[in-house]
Ligand binder design. Structure first.
Ligand code: CAA
Length: 259
């Protein structure tokens, strides 16, 4: 199953319970125009509403994941316009997608491209991946979460280094720093990301969602509240079928079926 519109900024291919979402604005290196943003968010919201999609994989192409916000679109905007449009605010809807999202990054993930990857739940990188927040070179700062998510992800020292210098960080460094979960050869990145996505989509829908929510809360809450949130969510899963099936399958020495 796939979208057929060759002019679309975003292509979707569905295999089983996994939706592969490919940024398709090659001529502008997948820069995040408002049109691309709206299409991406709308398609993902539609897919989430179907309830049969268990995981998204978001990718670009071999050379570029995404070169960031569209500089040509924003360069002549006034401060008043930026504020009244609340430019970038629709990205909150992308972050709010509950279904897990894996970013599969080859090549450049710059500025908003790095931020798009960080708005996903998990980043896998090809060896060619390059992450940067180069906004400082444009006389601005990251605007879709870079100063916040990068700092939480890799700590103040490295976030300062990257955001103040605008330098590139290669895939291996990004993995060591904790931004990237795993690095693969470029040619196997997509296959590995789809394999992980399929594995996630075969787990219990509710337990995946709750696990993700608990991890997200760890970025927001003090430890004692985070631990309480986790424990209460753990308790609540005993009201559902997934815990019954998962534990019964273990005891009966069979694979659980969460379908
Ligand atoms: N916005 C708009 N157009 C872009 C773009 C962007 N972010 N990045 C690339 N393009 C366009 C180029 O203008 C060029 O268009 P033309 O053919 O019409 O001239 C086309 O894509 C190809 O780009 P290059 O010729 O520059 O390709 P290259 O291989 O020489 O360089 C690159 C590749 C290093 C990625 C370089 O394009 C680049 O540095 N891009 C900008 C990266 C950047 O600064 N990103 C941050 C944007 S601001 C931001 O994201 C704010 C935020 O926090 C949300």
């Amino acid at each position: 199953e796939q979208t057929l519109d060759a002019n679309a900024n975003v292509r979707v291919e569905i295999t089983g319970k996994v939706a592969l979402v490919t940024l398709n604005r090659d001529l502008a290196l997948n820069a995040l125009s408002s049109a691309l943003m709206q299409e991406l968010i709308a398609k993902m919201q539609q897919l989430e509403a179907r309830r049969d999609i268990g995981c998204f994989v978001i990718t670009g192409n071999r050379r570029v994941f995404c070169a960031g916000a569209d500089i040509k679109e924003m360069h002549s905007k006034s401060c008043q316009q930026m504020i009244s449009e609340d430019y970038f605010s629709p990205w909150e809807q992308f972050s709010a997608i509950k279904t897990p999202k894996i970013a599969a990054v080859c090549g450049y993930a710059l500025g908003g491209g790095c931020e798009l990857a960080m708005m996903c739940d998990l980043i896998y990188a090809g060896e060619s991946a390059v992450f940067a927040q180069p906004e400082i070179n444009l006389g601005v700062i990251p605007g879709i979460g870079g100063t916040q998510r990068l700092t939480r992800s890799i700590g103040k020292a490295k976030a300062m280094d990257l955001i103040l210098t605008g330098r590139h960080m290669a895939a291996r460094e990004a993995e060591q720093a904790g931004l990237v979960a795993r690095v693969f050869a470029d040619e196997s990145l997509l296959e590995e990301a789809l394999f992980a996505a399929q594995s996630i989509s075969e787990k219990g829908r509710l337990s995946v969602r709750f696990a993700k929510e608990a991890i997200v809360q760890s970025m927001e809450l003090p430890l004692s509240q985070g631990l309480l949130f986790e424990r209460r969510v753990f308790h609540s899963l005993f009201a559902g079928e997934e815990q019954l099936e998962g534990m019964a399958a273990f005891i009966e020495k069979r694979r659980p079926d969460f379908a």
